[in-house]
Every structure is written in structure tokens, then in C-alpha cells.
Design a protein around this ligand. Structure first.
Ligand code: TXA
Ligand code: MG
Length: 317
């Protein structure tokens, strides 16, 4: 399916496809999502097929408003309310108790459901026109790089998707932050909202444990994920000898080292938010060059640097 430029008529067309049990790729402020109506188990099953995603990996459900939230989730605590007031719509996903109406394929059999209210105008319009919550993982092949442009979706999933809405580059460029509040506030996946900002509202948040061994609570937690085709490693690039640089690409933080076959600088101003926004974009570009390796320079693990390092570690696993 070819891309369609997002506009009111094309979003209405996409909403009609969703209501008929179809699967639509659409932009959000974080990355492009691959959506189906969350209450339609057969449509959701197609998402798993198209992505070749294992069924133990649950999906995030997107809502337009509190009424939609109430259809799929219950037990919204005061803490959750405070976070929603401050950060919704936006890149924060919260884990709630699921309503029985939510098909088990969406939650991979869990008694909980992960929900977010996106801020991207096209995502919001699509939710309103569809009139139902939309389950949507990132629109990439399972384990691959997340798509920050409609063209990435077309290259990876193209023919199998019923419609791809194109609205240019996804502005934040990295997935939402996933937070579980019960029994204690726990960060399940660092993302586009810094955990420090969450802590300013609700106090200390537990960082996920490094134990990725069991069926993943949050699958972005699987050790290998977000991976380019080109082998990637995290290294002190200044110590890589010149002959090893000549055959590789470099993903640098704020300054380009000499001698690499290709280099992308994530943020010349050393801004961690800008670096996060350019991460997948730069990885898609470097991966396309087909060089021997990608050498990624480590970033400070505060603010959005935490999410960037999480993705780089998983890409290098
Ligand atoms: O920014 C985003 O969150 C993007 C856009 C499209 O909204 N979506 C996204 O979805 O990143 P995905 O499927 O790539 O990652 C969803 C993550 C998975 O790691 C999943 O396991 C976790 O959310 N998740 C879903 N339901 C959960 C639940 N009930 N409990 C814990 N984690 C859950
Ligand atoms: Mg994903």
C-alpha cells in the first residue's frame, strides 16, 4: 500500500479501514504506530502477523479522551490522575487494570493494559474519527529499528498494511516512557518523557531491574531489540584505531571523530532531547550504507540519555 499524505479526507478513509477490521500505520509524536481497533481481536491478530511479533508481547492502546480510557481500563489511582493531568496528551504510557472487554491478545493474557493518549494531531484525529481505542505497537518488523518516517514503514512492512498515513518525521523520535504504578511506581521502559520529570510529580520511581530473563513485563525489555542489520557496538570511539574506523560508521554524540567512513552527530549542542529525537533517524541512515559496523559513542544516562542508552544497549545485544 502506498503512502497517503495525512489530511482530513485521508484520515477519514483510514478510520473507515479501521472500523472494517483493517490495519493502518499512522504518525504519533514518538514514532509511527501500526494500529487496529483494540476491541477487535481479529484485527489485532493481523498486527502480530504483519510485525511477526510474538504473542507474549502486549500492545499499547491509544485513547483520545477519558471516556475511551474508561472503556478499557479501571482502577485509575490518584497518582495516575496526577500524571495524566500533567503529561497527557503526550509520550507517557501508564499500566492499568484491564476491562474485561479488552481482548486477551492485546494484553498477551496479562490482567493489565498499557494506555497512552498521544498528542500528535494526526493520531488524535484518527482516534476521534474512528471513535474507538486503537492498539498500536511501533510500525516496524519485530526487533528492528523503530520508524520515525512513513517511508521506514513502507520499506519494512509496505504491502501488508492497508494504509500508511504520512505526516513527515515523528518529532520526538523515540518511544513513550512506560510506567507501572502498582504496587510501586516502576519504570518499565525509559522513553521520550524523562523519569526525572515523572519523579517531580509522584516522587521516587524504581528503575527496571536488569533481569530480562523471564517473559517480559515490557518487551521493549527483551535483551535484543531495536536492532539495525549492521552490527552495532557501544565504544569509546576516540580509542578506535584509524584502520578500524575506515570500514565503519560512527554514531557520535556531539562531535564527529576523524576517519570514519560515515558519521552522524546526534546533537552538536550536546542536548540529550535532540539526541533522542535523532537516534532512530540516524541509525536508519547509517544502516542503509551497509558498512562493517556501527560504533556508537555512549551518552550520559540522565534525562533522555537514559532512553537513548537503553535503545543502544538493546541494539548491540
Ligand atoms: O511511543 C510508543 O509507545 C509507540 C507509539 C506507536 O505509541 N508504541 C510502542 O509500542 O512503542 P511497542 O509495542 O513497540 O512497545 C510497547 C511496549 C512493549 O514493550 C510492551 O510489552 C509494553 O509496551 N506493554 C504493553 N502492555 C503492557 C502491560 N500490560 N504491562 C507491561 N508492559 C506492557
Ligand atoms: Mg516497538
Amino acid at each position: 500500500m502506498a503512502l497517503i499524505r495525512a489530511s482530513l479526507p485521508s484520515v477519514r478513509h483510514a478510520a473507515a479501514i479501521l472500523r472494517n477490521g483493517g490495519v493502518v500505520a499512522f504518525p504519533t509524536e514518538t514514532v509511527y504506530g501500526l494500529g487496529a481497533i483494540a476491541l477487535d481481536a481479529r484485527a489485532v491478530a493481523r498486527i502480530f502477523e504483519i510485525k511477526q511479533r510474538p504473542e507474549f508481547d502486549p500492545l499499547i492502546v491509544h485513547v483520545a479522551d477519558e471516556k475511551m480510557l474508561a472503556r478499557i481500563a479501571r482502577g485509575v489511582s490518584a497518582e495516575a490522575r496526577a500524571l495524566m493531568e500533567r503529561f497527557w496528551p503526550g509520550p507517557l504510557t501508564l499500566v492499568f487494570e484491564r476491562q474485561p472487554e479488552v481482548p486477551l491478545i492485546v494484553t498477551a493474557g496479562l490482567p493489565t493494559v498499557a494506555v497512552r493518549m498521544p498528542s500528535h494531531p494526526v493520531a488524535r484525529q484518527l482516534l476521534r474519527e474512528t471513535g474507538a481505542p486503537i492498539a498500536a505497537p511501533s510500525a516496524n518488523r519485530f526487533g528492528g529499528l523503530s520508524p520515525t518516517r512513513a517511508q521506514h514503514v513502507e520499506q519494512m512492512l509496505g504491502a501488508r498494511v492497508d494504509c500508511i498515513l504520512d505526516d513527515g518525521v515523528a518529532p520526538l523520535g523515540i518511544e513513550s516512557t512506560i510506567l507501572q504504578l502498582e504496587p510501586v511506581a516502576t519504570l518499565l521502559r525509559p522513553g521520550a518523557l524523562a523519569v526525572e520529570e515523572i519523579e517531580a510529580v509522584i516522587g521516587p520511581v524504581l528503575r527496571e531491574t536488569k533481569d530480562d530473563s523471564t517473559a517480559p513485563l515490557a518487551p521493549g525489555r527483551l535483551p535484543q531489540h531495536y536492532a539495525p542489520q549492521t552490527p552495532l557496538r557501544i565504544v569509546d570511539v576516540e580509542r578506535v584505531p584509524p584502520e578500524r574506523r575506515a570500514v565503519a560508521a560512527c554514531l557520535a554524540f556531539s562531535a564527529a571523530p576523524q576517519g570514519y567512513a560515515a558519521t552522524r552527530v546526534l546533537s552538536p549542542a550536546a542536548d540529550l532531547g535532540e539526541a533522542a529525537a535523532h537516534l532512530f533517524e540516524s541509525l536508519h541512515e547509517l544502516d542503509a550504507l551497509g558498512l562493517e559496523r556501527i560504533d556508537a559513542q555512549p551518552l550520559p544516562e540522565r534525562g533522555l540519555g537514559l532512553a537513548v542508552m537503553d535503545r543502544l544497549r538493546k541494539a548491540s545485544a
